[in-house]
Design a protein around this ligand. Structure first.
Ligand SMILES: *Cc1c(COP(=O)(O)O)cnc(C)c1O
Length: 241
């Protein structure tokens, strides 16, 4: 089946990311795009693979489970970006190549145990709460230093960087402050000896600001795959209506 809009969206997003890089004086090769395929089925994802996409971000373990079987021939790297319950660690350790939503020690512990069992290691990003919104998941910034030190004890987890969701606001300064905070936390952690260069920040509506603040990776759903038929509150239950 043909997905002409997908090819057009994909080239449009890549062009806009390149433009944002140039506007920020950055090399476009420094910024990856992580296509976020949540709610979309295997057929559309397969069309994305044909266009050169290889990593896909998903918000729910169940969706990775459902999609990875029919797409087993595609060589996809599944990236977990949503809130993760500790009792789902087993499936994640089996199916995901990376977790960007690591935000607490009991999850690190459970994931590491399952990974040891599978005999594998995965890349992880620590999700930090950078906004004052009461609802967003993520580690409070003041706990980051201790958390990173504690993660050194888990050998199945290769800590590569930080991830955040910015505040949902029409005020660009507020959004940008979230991204800036994540970059500053990254820089400080690097000085403390943690090799965590990656910054996963920015989505369809705010990736330009994230790139200006140093994103090394933007997570793009809607602008690539189109509007989702579920509201975001379905994925971020804490976000309310
Ligand atoms: C859905 C989602 C995205 C992508 O959002 P869009 O606005 O559709 O680009 C990025 N990050 C996370 C954690 C998400 O859940």
């Amino acid at each position: 089946m043909d997905h002409p809009h997908l090819a057009a969206n994909w080239s449009d997003v890549r062009r806009r990311v390149d433009e944002a890089c140039r506007a920020a004086g950055r090399d476009p090769a420094e910024v990856d795009i992580l296509p976020v395929s949540k709610t979309f089925g295997p057929e559309l994802i397969r069309a994305g693979v044909a266009l050169g996409m290889r990593r896909f971000g998903e918000n729910k373990v169940q969706e990775i489970r459902d999609k990875s079987a029919p797409l087993a021939d595609c060589g996809i790297d599944w990236v977990m970006i949503g809130h993760l319950q500790t009792n789902k660690a087993k499936d994640v350790a089996r199916l995901a190549s990376e977790v960007q939503s690591l935000d607490r020690l009991d999850l690190a512990e459970a994931l590491d145990r399952r990974l040891q069992h599978e005999g594998r290691g995965i890349d992880v990003l620590v999700q930090v709460k950078t906004s004052i919104e009461p609802s967003k998941y993520g580690l409070p910034p003041e706990q980051l230093a201790d958390f990173l030190n504690a993660l050194r004890g888990y050998h199945g987890l290769r800590v590569r960087g930080l991830m955040t969701l910015a505040i949902h606001s029409v005020d660009a300064d507020e959004v940008r402050a979230c991204f800036r905070l994540l970059r500053e936390l990254r820089d400080r952690s690097m000085l403390q000896g943690h090799d965590i260069p990656r910054l996963s920040m920015g989505m369809s509506g705010d990736f330009g600001l994230a790139i200006a603040e140093g994103a090394t990776e933007v997570r793009i759903g809607t602008a690539i795959f189109g509007q989702r038929s579920y509201p975001d509150s379905h994925y971020w239950p804490e976000a309310g209506a």
